[in-house]
Structure formats: C-alpha cells, structure tokens
Design a protein around this ligand. Sequence first.
Ligand SMILES: *Cc1c(COP(=O)(O)O)cnc(C)c1O
Length: 223
Amino acid sequence: MDADISENLKRIRFEIGEAKAKYRKPDDDLRIMAVTKTVPFERVNAAVGQGITLLGENRVQEYLEKKDFYSKEAEVHFIGSLQTNKVKYIIDSVSMIHSVDSIKLAAEVDRLAAKKERCMDILIEVNIGGEESKSGVSPDRLYELISEASEFENIKIKGLMTIPPIGRSESSFEQMQRLFEDIRTKRPEMNILSMGMSSDYVAAVKYGSNIVRIGTGIFGSRK
Ligand SMILES: *Cc1c(COP(=O)(O)O)cnc(C)c1O
C-alpha cells in the first residue's frame, strides 16, 4: 500500500542530491518536508518510516484530528495561512510556523508562546509575486516587519518562506535568494529559506532553499 511513497522518495532524494551537487555546498543543510494535507495518518507515518523527519501542516482542524496518531519521530511545522484566533490550538505541538505575515499574527504567537513559557521559531512569508489572492508580506514591507517582529521576546525569526506565482517559480526563487542573502548579512541567525513544492523543488534547491515542502510528489495527487 505504501510502496509508492518509498519509490517517490527515492526519486525526490535522487533529484535533490543531483541539484545539490551541482549548485550548493556539500555541507548545506537541506530538509525534505512531507506536506500532509488530506493524507491519512497511516501514510504520513509510512513516510516517517522512510526517513522523513519533518511534517508540514496546512489546516488547523485537520491537524488536530491527526496529530495524536502521528509517529513521534518527526517534528511538525505549520505552513498554512493562520488566523490569529487559531494560534492557540497549535502553539504547544509545532516547532515552527512558516506563515507569519503580519505584526498582528507575530504578536499573538509571541503572547501565547510567552504564556507557555516557550520560544516559537517563525518564518516570515513573503508574497514574492505581489499577488492579491495570496498571503504573505510584500517584499517592500518585509524589512519593516522583520524589524518590528524581532522586538518580541518569545518568537525567533529564523528565515523566509514563499509560494511563488504559478509559472514563475524560477525568477521568484532567484528574487527570494537575493532578499534572503541580503537579510542574512545583517541577521545571520535567519538561516532558513523555505521554498519549493512538488513541481519546482529542483529550481528551489538551485536558489538556496533549505526546506522543500513536498505533498503530491511524495503521497500522490490529493483527493
Ligand atoms: C500544499 C502545499 C505544499 C505542497 O504542495 P504540493 O504541490 O502538493 O507539493 C507546500 N507548501 C504549502 C504552503 C502548501 O499549502
């Protein structure tokens, strides 16, 4: 039943290995996240059994229904758009939130993290294509958001995340890489760039991604 997952991961690891050898330094960190939306927990655990150590969750409700059944060997990052009133449901069990795109959301994560006496790692989501329909902060407001959000004591900004416009992955990733490198000269602790999905992870590796978020490529198409 899960043979497809093992085949898919073999292919993905091979392609990432090739791209890494070509474009990156050998010791560059690069993780494959398995994106679990609509996937039954048994299949998620099968991926963990194949060496996946990072899961990506989009939907709060679906995550809450599945999380107790997940293998404890993988850590969970929240990657979907997040309403401030839902942060309380995930603050205990995820180790990073990739989709922070406003000071209001950053403030709520900070407030709840403080209450739990923890520090939450976050990424700032960038709307690199300037698309109206998409979440994420626009590139020209990114620096302001980083500077404001870095005042909070119970969140730590670890880097950037993006979902590029359809058909413009490569140029968007290149822009993201430039932003990321520029920010890193001032804030070396921001060392994570989360980009690349099933259709464009090879290009993302080329432009410096260190978390590729792959759903259908691992689990097959969503029902
Ligand atoms: C669904 C999703 C992915 C994975 O998409 P695939 O095309 O299935 O690989 C990655 N990132 C986010 C934010 C997603 O919502």
